[in-house]
Design a protein around this ligand. Structure first.
Ligand code: SAH
Length: 470
């Protein structure tokens, strides 16, 4: 196979990034935007010894699982990877991805996985689910301001104010900002020269409260003609918070270090289940509230709390899981590395009247072992209590030193919430070699149209060792 060859390929597999995979005379080709079941014509762009990458040129026979994308920019935009695959197939793909990682990386048997895996929880309406979006500003060839999303792997802006994953109010807000920029000649920030003012618009929407937040990230201290923009933005239904965040650094980081309220309050309020959250422009908050409620509901179900338990929620963020669990447990300890998130967690506990949740700032792999050792020293012969340990780490998973302490604390249950089933599988392998067994595994689709999925897993302590000791 050589570069620029044109080939006909039947797509019979799907890769980790959602790309179609097919073989031509034993040679494997990865083809972005091709759907499993398609017969396509493709042009080879890069040819290695046994595999290569090809560009989809023409769909000869469409797969029965191929659907028309809702968004006209679905292929170009970096936001969605599998919009042209039916949602049912997307869920099947994510389920198989979890299962495959647990088998390959975790070394768990097909029989076990068949027994413990529950079907992935999808969305009834897999579009318009995001409560947050950050739109970059740029300039088109005619010199007009534009906003939209970055094309995959680049910082080229696809001008589009109507993302199919975001809420409809995004468009209204962005059109107001663009009109304002044209009228008052406010320039878009240019990454190359470091010049220009408008960098990003952060928009957040409370699904339950219908409150709207706009925070403009600017390469300046003040927004020229800010008053005039506010006058227009406040006409939007539900507008609650308008702010600016000054970011004058030449970096990929979107938000500045702080923000200044221009109108209204500095936060919006929203609910997940019956818990209320105050969300500021810099707060972390789950982007898909509908599925978050299902995911954390599942974590709660897996924890199976009776009321007497001491629970640890490691990587607790703003305390979403902690506060969910606190309602059913004796005591919850949350641990999180970002201090502002812990401020939010404490505030959220307070506004909900939750008094049995306590939060620590620090690395989970530092805080838990320190606590465990200190407790042992202060209470000789006693162990720090943990009936249930919940972890929800970032993609790289847990440090082994943390897993070690978790095992030493001997909780009856470990609930592992993961956004990357590969590192989940690696960590489960460790835990299962150290006296735990998998009882349940279930995917929750937080990110329809992307290849990502969340997974929740329940582990129970095996008691066989104790019998032997006795
Ligand atoms: N359950 C949380 C979100 C978890 S996302 C919620 O719903 O709000 C993972 C979190 O882990 C992030 O908040 C991140 O800041 C935090 N984190 C990353 N590395 C960490 C570490 N080593 N120790 C503790 N927290 C960490």
């Amino acid at each position: 196979m050589q570069k620029n060859d044109i080939v006909t390929v039947t797509i019979d597999d799907i890769g980790v990034s959602g790309e179609g995979i097919g073989k031509v005379n034993g040679y494997t080709l990865f083809i972005k935007d091709a759907v499993i079941g398609d017969v396509v014509e493709a042009k080879v762009m890069k040819a290695k010894k046994s595999y290569g990458y090809a560009r989809l040129m023409n769909i000869i026979t469409p797969s029965p699982d191929r659907v028309k994308a809702k968004c006209q920019f679905a292929r170009k935009c970096g936001g969605c990877q599998v919009q042209e695959m039916s949602y049912e197939k997307q869920l099947e793909f994510k389920n198989r991805k979890i299962e495959g990682n647990l088998e390959r990386i975790g070394g768990f048997s097909t029989e076990l996985l068949e027994e413990v895996m529950e079907p992935i929880i999808g969305m009834d309406e897999p579009f318009y689910y995001r409560n947050k979006a950050q739109f970059p500003f740029g300039t088109d060839k005619e010199g007009n301001p534009v906003t939209g999303f970055y094309a995959g792997r680049t910082h080229d802006i696809i001008a589009n104010t109507e993302c199919a994953l975001g809420v409809p109010v995004n468009r209204e807000i962005l059109e107001i900002i663009l009109a304002f920029m044209r009228e008052y000649r406010i320039s878009s920030y240019d990454e190359k020269s470091g010049k220009g003012i408008m960098r990003h618009a952060l928009i957040r929407f409370g699904f339950t409260t219908k409150e709207v937040m706009v925070c403009l990230v600017i390469n300046a201290k003040k927004l020229p003609h800010g008053e005039e923009l506010i006058e227009e933005l406040v006409k939007i239904d539900g507008m609650t918070s308008i702010s600016i965040s000054s970011n004058m650094k030449n970096t990929n980081v979107i938000m500045g270090d702080s923000y200044e309220v221009l109108w209204g309050q500095g936060y919006i309020t929203d609910y997940i289940g019956n818990i209320k959250y105050q969300i500021s422009p810099l707060s972390f908050y789950q982007v898909n509230p509908v599925q978050t409620e299902k995911l954390y509901g599942l974590a709660l179900e897996y924890a199976g709390l009776k009321g007497y338990e001491t629970v640890w929620d490691l990587y607790c963020g703003i305390g979403t899981i902690s506060l969910f669990l606190a309602q059913g447990a004796k005591r919850v300890y949350g641990v999180e590395i970002v201090p502002q998130a812990i401020d939010d967690a404490r505030n959220n506990a307070r506004i909900n009247g939750i008094e049995n949740a306590e939060f620590y700032v620090g690395k989970a792999e530092d805080v838990l072992p320190e606590y465990y050792n200190r407790y042992g020293q202060e209470h000789p012969g006693e162990k720090a209590c943990a009936d249930v340990i919940v972890v929800d780490p970032p993609r790289k998973g847990c440090e082994e030193s943390l897993l070690k302490t978790m095992v030493e604390m001997e909780p009856e249950k470990i609930v592992y919430v993961s956004c990357d089933s590969a590192t989940l599988a690696r960590d489960l392998k460790y835990l299962c070699a150290a006296g735990y067994e998998i009882r349940k595994v279930r995917g929750v689709d937080q990110f329809p149209m992307s290849v990502h999925t969340e997974t929740a897993c329940l582990l129970s302590k095996l008691h066989s060792n104790k019998h032997i000791e006795a």
